[in-house]
Design a protein around this ligand. Sequence first.
Ligand SMILES: NC(=O)c1ccc[n+]([C@@H]2O[C@H](COP(=O)([O-])OP(=O)(O)OC[C@H]3O[C@@H](n4cnc5c(N)ncnc54)[C@H](O)[C@@H]3O)[C@@H](O)[C@H]2O)c1
Length: 385
Amino acid sequence: VIGGAGHVGLPLSLMLAEAGLDVVVIDRDAQKLRQIEQGSFPYMEEMSDSYLSRSKEWSIAYTTQYEPIQACDVIFFTVGTPVDEHLNPDLEPVYESLELVKPFLKTGQCVVLRSTLFPGTSENVVGLLEKSGLDVSVCFCPERIAQGQGFVELKQIPQIVAASDTRGLEVARDIFSRLALNVIELSFVEAELAKLFCNTWRYVQFAIANEFYEISTSKGLDFERIRSAMMLDYERMASFPRPGFAAGPCLFKDTMQLASYSRDFFRLGHQAMLTNETMPDFMVNMAKREMDLRDKTVGMLGMAFKPNNDDIRESLAYRLKRLLFYEGAKVLCTDPYVRDPTFVPLEVVLRDSEAIFIGCPHDVYGEIVFGKEQRVFDCWGPSWR
Ligand SMILES: NC(=O)c1ccc[n+]([C@@H]2O[C@H](COP(=O)([O-])OP(=O)(O)OC[C@H]3O[C@@H](n4cnc5c(N)ncnc54)[C@H](O)[C@@H]3O)[C@@H](O)[C@H]2O)c1
């Protein structure tokens, strides 16, 4: 598994090893590999301790070298696929890793692309491998787990599969049947779009919840009261999300990949991006209506991008911190899961801050009783407390 120490690669590697396959985790991050070998999972992930301790019984090896690929039947690619500073899909990590792996590929193997891909990439990979004279099957089998839920969801979510030939399809069916997953077959571009559509759908849903929250709050209304009433015993609203920072390494960038693919016809995606990315601005504006932030000490609880997780990638809490700094506030940040030498303990934040902003509603904050004079700005709604 190339990129096997990553958020997607590591749960997959361990579950394939649990299923009885011989797995080689190949990652360029030697430090992360060492940490895993020493028995410590590099991220917060449900059930990770159990998997890592049981993995001593399984056939799984960790390396930064590509040579072991020569002995593999199937090679998974799980490297990151970000967008660049202009929101263009950055395809370099996929093509770069493919070039590094190519010298070790041989006829008869199967390459499984598992990263989220810009539509057309799988077909390009097929072309690149054909040009090299390699008779290698290519599959695109997108990962659809939610961050932190890999071990749970990998055994639940049906697997979308696209393949360059019947051999590739058979390999994909065989591998995923070992994880007891139903396989759904699509063409390459259909599968690439299905993955982008899934994430974009969620991102747009979050944007709608955020817009409703902004409309209600601007009119002095309690959105949570309205939202609860909308949802109570009403099946059609069952999946209506709560407001909050829609952030993280996937939803935003996948929506932008889709916007880029659609050549700017995807205005809803761009609007969702504007709504979600400016939630911190909305919070700061709300706060400024009630208090002058200049020279005030304000606290931020939670800096991760989602609750009960340590991942800060694309976390909007950092945008909020920056905006508060622009307003002249002194900002104290805390997070029980994120290691950062500039953070201060929760008690200090609660003791010294005139106002508190909820950057990420970790469950551990649910019991906090805030000071009577302390103003709390929380866009996540009271349902988490
Ligand atoms: N994080 C999620 O919950 C999630 C869910 C579904 C899909 N995805 C998609 O999966 C892909 C991977 O995301 P992630 O969050 O696991 O990223 P990640 O950054 O956590 O993992 C990528 C790993 O690849 C390694 N790597 C990069 N280039 C390499 C190379 N040339 N050789 C060897 N190792 C290399 C990195 O060191 C890293 O460990 C992305 O396309 C993402 O959109 C992620």
